[in-house]
Design a protein around this ligand. Sequence first.
Ligand code: 18C
Length: 272
Amino acid sequence: LKLRTMSLSQPLEVIPPERCDHELWPEIDRITKEQLYYARLEVEDTPASGGGSWELFAEDGEMRLYKRELEIDGLVCDPLKAVHTVRGVSAHEVCHQFFSPDVRFDWENTLESMKVVEDINPNTLIFHQIHKRVWPAAQRDTVFWSHIRRIDSNTLRANGHPNSSSKPLPDNLWVVCNNSVQRNDIPASRCLRMTLVVSLVCETYIDPPVSDISKLTRDHLKCKIIYCSKINPGGWAPASVLRALYKREYPKFLKRYTQYCIDLYKDKPIML
Ligand code: 18C
C-alpha cells in the first residue's frame, strides 16, 4: 500500500467525482453532501435525524453539545451534534488534521490501533481502527471510509439550504465525512464491529475583514466547527455506561482537538 502523506501546509488537491472510478465513489459523494446538509441545519429549528428535537447536554464557552435519545434494537445509538467556534485556525487546517492518518494518535484517545487499509484517492482513505475496551462491554473496532473536501460557494448554494439565505456565507468551507463500510476481508476478530457516520464541517470567517489579503493574520481567523456523529455500538453495551461515557468524552474530545489544532498552527503560515 502506498500511502500518500501530506505536509502540514500543503493544500490538498480536490478530486472532482468524475475523475474517480472507485466503486464506492458515488456513495462517498452522496453521503458527504447529505452529511454536509444535515450538519449545517440549525439546531434550534430542525429535528435531529429520525425526528425529535436536540437536547443540550453540555456547554462550555462557545462550545455546545446536543444529543437525541435513540435506541435501535435495544442499543443506544443517540445522535450527537456539537457546535464550537475557535479563533486562530482555518477550516482547512482543522479538517486536514482530522483527516490525516499521520497525526491521528496526537489527538484521538479512543484508539488502540489504526491502519489505513485502502487509499482511494488523495482525499479518501479507508481506515480500520481498534478502539480501547470499555468495561464491562466487549472491545469495538470500526472500518470506515474517510473523505475530505473543500465546498465551493456554488455547491453550497446548489445544496439548497433552508436557513442559509439569512446567514452570511463563510469565506470558505471544508468537510470531512467518515462512514462505515462493510469489508468481509477485515475480520473483527475479538471485537464487535461498531458502525458510524461522523462529519466535521468547518467554516472560515475572516473577522474582522481585511481589504488586503497580504495583511491577513491568525487574529483574523474565526472557525465555526460542527461535529455530528451517529454511532451504533453493534452489540450489547449497557445503556447507562454508554450514555455516561459519551457525555464525558465528547466534550473532552472537542476541547482537546480544537486546542491541539490551535497550538499546532499558531506559528505556521495560514493554510486557507
Ligand atoms: O470522530 C472521532 N474520531 C474519528 C477518528 O478516529 C472517527 C472515529 C469515531 C469512533 C469513535 C467511537 C469510539 C468509541 C469507542 C469506545 C472507546 C472509548 C474509550 C474512552 C477513552 C478514554 O470518526 C472522534 C471521536 C470522539 C469519541 C468520543 C467518545 C464517544 C463515545 C461514544 C460511544 C459509542 C459507542 C461505543 C461502544 C463502546 C462500548 C461501551
